[in-house]
Design a protein around this ligand. Structure first.
Ligand code: TRP
Ligand code: SF4
Length: 405
């Protein structure tokens, strides 16, 4: 079944604060966020609790990383006027939802998440046989569900976490979305849309449920989205009624798979801190020049007169990210015929990387000069996020019979 939440078109994503960002993050994640913020209502947050699951023995590195990361986001063009930026631990409702979801989460679901065993293997020097680490993906589910986000931009490695989130949402809705008088409430909600819309909705619902008419389903959802006069709870009922389920309290999100970044590292492998092959976003221009000038090339070009093969050279991968057709042609011919030298070949890449970093670094400098501004952006974002989270929690507490006072 298609999910309801894409209709709400809210995007949520998070990043763990574990060090400075580099060009790999910029090409792989941040450019994508910047585009999404124009199209959707976006929530981007610093997953500081998630960082603690692996850095619990060294929490001191988290605070500076949090602020550096926010500055890097802003510098990369994430716009606080369009997207809501916040810090996970400043919205404690995430922890409450995590706890409540833990009550209905079978242990086996968590043990089966591939990253659980993989990461334990990879980070052998750390004891990750902890309760918090096992719950890592469930905390992530709470992050997503508390905003009823429809789309979650993530890399390949996180898709299983979004899958788990969908299963948790389904289980939650199944357990708690069955109001005893659901049908009557749905019918009453329908009437609140007005005669004409109620009739439209009923017809679409029939066409979907009896003939599987997908267009009718989409039209009914669009109709519900456009309703101003009904409460959130009524809308959730009508979404559920449409699909023949109970009330949809926590809609199922969808992963928005971020294409693997084409950004190579200085050695041609994927750019990653653990390979030590990164160009940090805050690298001095002189350092960047030196890094690129000394990066390896096709080992067959021992002498300037030896022809080379761009396919065997990491510099070529940089050209694929940064150069136009004409320059790429020049590289291909020049390299294979030994008519250009490697330093010459690297120059357009050096120019392009510096040109890309310049505005990012200028913006970063502005924000670094004004930490109060950064703090107030985050304060505002946390407030806004918290309002949304509170609203969801009120309903979650209600359906879980926790609203006695
Ligand atoms: N686990 C994600 C990562 O390591 C970070 C994260 C935490 C996240 N909560 C999230 C991403 C919610 C998307 C949605 O990259
Ligand atoms: Fe690499 Fe360019 Fe040198 Fe060829 S000329 S080996 S592509 S740096």
């Amino acid at each position: 079944m298609e999910n309801v939440a894409t209709q709400h078109a809210r995007v949520l994503s998070g990043m763990r604060p574990t060090g400075r960002l580099h060009l790999g993050h910029y090409h792989g994640v941040l450019k994508n966020w910047v585009e999404l913020q124009h199209e959707y209502q976006c929530f981007f947050f610093v997953a500081d609790w998630h960082a603690l699951t692996t850095h619990y023995d060294d929490p001191g590195i988290i605070p500076p990383s949090v602020w550096e990361m926010v500055v890097d986001w802003l510098a990369a063009g994430v716009n606080p006027g369009e997207a809501t930026l916040f810090i996970q631990s400043r919205v404690p409702e995430h922890a409450e939802l995590h706890l409540l979801l833990s009550m209905i989460t079978p242990l086996g679901w968590l043990e089966r998440v591939p990253s659980y065993k993989d990461q334990q293997e990879k980070l052998k020097e750390k004891d990750l046989a902890t309760y918090g680490f096992l719950g890592y993906p469930l905390l992530q589910s709470a992050d997503i569900l508390i905003y009823r986000a429809g789309l979650v931009p993530v890399g390949e490695d996180q898709v299983a976490h979004v899958e788990l989130t969908r299963e948790i949402a389904r289980r939650f809705n199944h357990l708690y979305g069955r109001e005893p008088d659901f049908e009557e409430r749905a019918e009453a909600a329908m009437k609140k849309m007005g005669k004409k819309n109620a009739r439209l909705y009923a017809n679409y619902r029939k066409a979907w449920q009896e003939q599987g008419d997908e267009e009718a389903l989409a039209a009914a959802r669009a109709l519900l989205e456009s309703q101003q006069n009904i409460s959130l709870a009524d809308r959730d009922r009508l979404f559920g009624y449409l699909e023949g389920s109970g009330k949809v309290i926590l809609p199922e999100p969808q992963a928005l798979l971020t294409k693997a970044s084409k950004m190579p590292g200085l050695d041609g492998q994927k750019m990653s801190k653990s390979y030590g092959n990164t160009i940090p976003l805050n690298a001095e221009p002189e350092t960047v020049k030196k890094q690129l000038r000394t990066m390896p090339t096709d080992p067959a070009r021992v002498r300037r007169t030896d022809p080379g093969d761009p396919e065997k050279c990491p510099v070529w991968q940089f050209h694929q990210v940064y150069s136009d057709e004409e320059v790429k042609q020049w590289v291909q011919e020049g390299c294979r015929s030994a008519s250009i030298g490697c330093i010459e070949c690297k120059q357009p890449v050096i120019d392009a990387v510096l040109a890309e970093l310049r505005p990012i670094q200028e913006r970063a400098a502005e924000y670094e000069k004004d930490p109060d501004l950064v703090r107030s952006i985050i304060n505002e974002g946390c407030e806004k996020a918290r309002e949304e989270a509170r609203e969801t929690m009120e309903e979650v507490r209600h359906v879980m019979s926790l609203d006695y006072r």
